[in-house]
Write a protein that binds this ligand. Structure first.
Ligand SMILES: NC(=O)c1ccc[n+]([C@@H]2O[C@H](COP(=O)([O-])OP(=O)(O)OC[C@H]3O[C@@H](n4cnc5c(N)ncnc54)[C@H](O)[C@@H]3O)[C@@H](O)[C@H]2O)c1
Length: 442
């Protein structure tokens, strides 16, 4: 890593441009890496994320330095399908201990259903194995404590794969704030919009159950809370929140188990035809008899116990406050975030999906007090999650050199973002302000 002290104000300003965003992330040296033993890589939880982002796409780009040694899932059929989709020939397992004993990985990727991350993280660390984990690192405070204790006890390393940080637009926001142009940040307005396509999809799947996902306060908002912690370089201190289930679950007037079997297909606005997606049919429908899991579950099932409308007020260690909301039933997908600084305001509007044409997908405007409004140029980079996925993988596997503020997110980042959501969920349940410090000892 570069010395953070050597990253001057001038460099930050320079970095807040398209050219600089590319320069702090040089193209990964695909062929020129000196010969090194391949890392023995295993995955637990072989669903969509594992087979794509952390599977086939790794085989495509990192075969020279990674060897897939094992795939583990409680659903043996899905593990076998995953092996085909990833295009490897390693053994598959339903038991994590057996996999580790047999194939001795030196790096484990945790991509199970959220509620099971912690158990596998602790197990791998106790075996002396470094861990990559998908977000959220944990879904409650007891899991959080167990994971942090295991990391400390074993002196191994957890990386939480917060890909959003690596989208060039988010790096641009970070570097603009670091440049000091709008001065000290006093407050943040942050609204995340999930539409009736993507938002509804959370209510079709395991995410609809708090015990699996920790609710969208944790599963989804962990991304947003991590961005804010990183953007502000501050920790959350206390959270007051409200939440409701207003559209999905018991709010529906008719329901079924899942869309393929539904008698209301023709009239339900949320009908989803999974049969049109060959990959999903293979990964989920063909494996249903092993675990009874429906990927196209009805969004109106009565067991939905998460919220679809959430609002919070968060205070931070640097004195800043944030008003935050996420709604999951909207006609638009995207977000607005604004930083209110003592010298100006940074306003961001991100357009992911809407029924009209937009001129730009991300608009970032810097407005100086008594000054002008200037639009910042957002670097256009292709790829998943705004180009963040590729840059994150290059950083993990190719160890490209980046300034300190782009370093890989660690367990502390994983904990702080989850704890914000856990505090928000607790605040909704107990109708009181919740302090982060009451949730665990760091
Ligand atoms: N960073 C991102 O942008 C991003 C995007 C999508 C998903 N994710 C994360 O990736 C993870 C996987 O999500 P997904 O969309 O692939 O879900 P998925 O449902 O497709 O896959 C989850 C897999 O975990 C398996 N599983 C469930 N319980 C298990 C257990 N106890 N032990 C072992 N395996 C178990 C399931 O059988 C399934 O194959 C989640 O934690 C999710 O939050 C992150």
């Amino acid at each position: 890593m570069c010395d953070p002290g050597s990253w001057s104000r001038r460099q930050f300003v320079k970095a807040a441009s398209a050219a600089a965003a590319a320069s702090v992330f040089p193209a990964a040296p695909l062929a020129a890496v000196p010969a090194q033993p391949k890392r023995r890589y295993a995955i637990v939880g072989t669903g969509d994320r594992a087979t794509g982002m952390w599977g086939a796409q790794l085989v495509e780009r990192y075969q020279d330095i990674l060897e897939f040694v094992g795939l583990c899932d409680i659903n043996p059929k899905r593990a076998a399908v995953a092996r085909d989709l990833v295009g490897v020939s390693c053994p598959t397992f339903t038991d994590f201990d057996q996999m580790c004993d047999r194939v001795k990985p030196d790096l484990v990727m945790v991509t199970t259903v959220d509620g099971f991350h912690a158990g596998y993280i602790v197990n791998a660390l106790d075996r002396g194995i470094d861990v990559l984990t998908e977000k959220p690192m944990v879904i409650d405070q007891a899991q959080c404590q167990a994971v942090l204790d295991a990391e400390r006890r074993n002196k191994r390393k957890i990386t939480v794969t917060f890909n959003y940080r690596y989208a060039p637009k988010h790096q641009l926001i970070k570097e603009t704030l670091l440049s000091g142009e709008i001065g000290r940040i006093i407050s943040v307005d942050f609204s995340w919009y999930l539409d009736v396509i993507h938002g509804a999809d959370y209510f079709r799947r395991w995410h609809r159950l708090r015990a699996r996902s920790g609710s969208l306060w944790v599963h989804k908002a962990t991304h947003h809370f991590d961005l804010v912690n990183w953007w502000l370089a501050a920790d959350p201190v206390e959270v007051t929140a409200r939440g409701a289930l207003s559209v999905y679950g018991r709010n529906g007037s008719v329901r079924s188990t899942h869309c393929r079997a539904c008698p209301h297909k023709k009239t339900c606005a949320f009908y989803y035809d999974m049969t049109a997606d060959a990959r999903r049919m293979k990964l989920y429908a063909d494996c249903e008899d092993a675990d009874g899991y429906y990927r196209d579950g009805c969004v109106f099932r009565e067991d939905v116990d998460i919220y679809d409308a959430m609002s919070a007020l968060v205070t931070y260690s640097n004195g800043a406050t944030m008003t935050y909301s996420v709604n999951a039933f909207l006609p638009i997908e995207g977000y607005r975030v604004a930083f209110n600084g003592e010298k100006g305001r940074l306003e961001v509007r991100d357009y992911e999906r809407q029924a009209w044409k937009v001129d730009t997908l991300s608009e970032i405007a810097l407005i100086r007090n008594f000054g002008e409004r200037r639009l910042l140029e957002v670097p256009a980079i292709e790829g998943g999650h705004g180009g963040g996925d590729d840059r994150l993988r290059d950083l993990i596997f190719r160890k490209v050199q980046v300034p300190a503020h782009m370093a890989l997110p660690d367990s502390r980042a994983g904990a702080m973002s989850c704890l914000t959501g856990i505090a928000a969920r607790t605040s909704v349940e107990q109708r009181r302000t919740v302090r982060i410090a009451e949730l665990l000892r760091l």
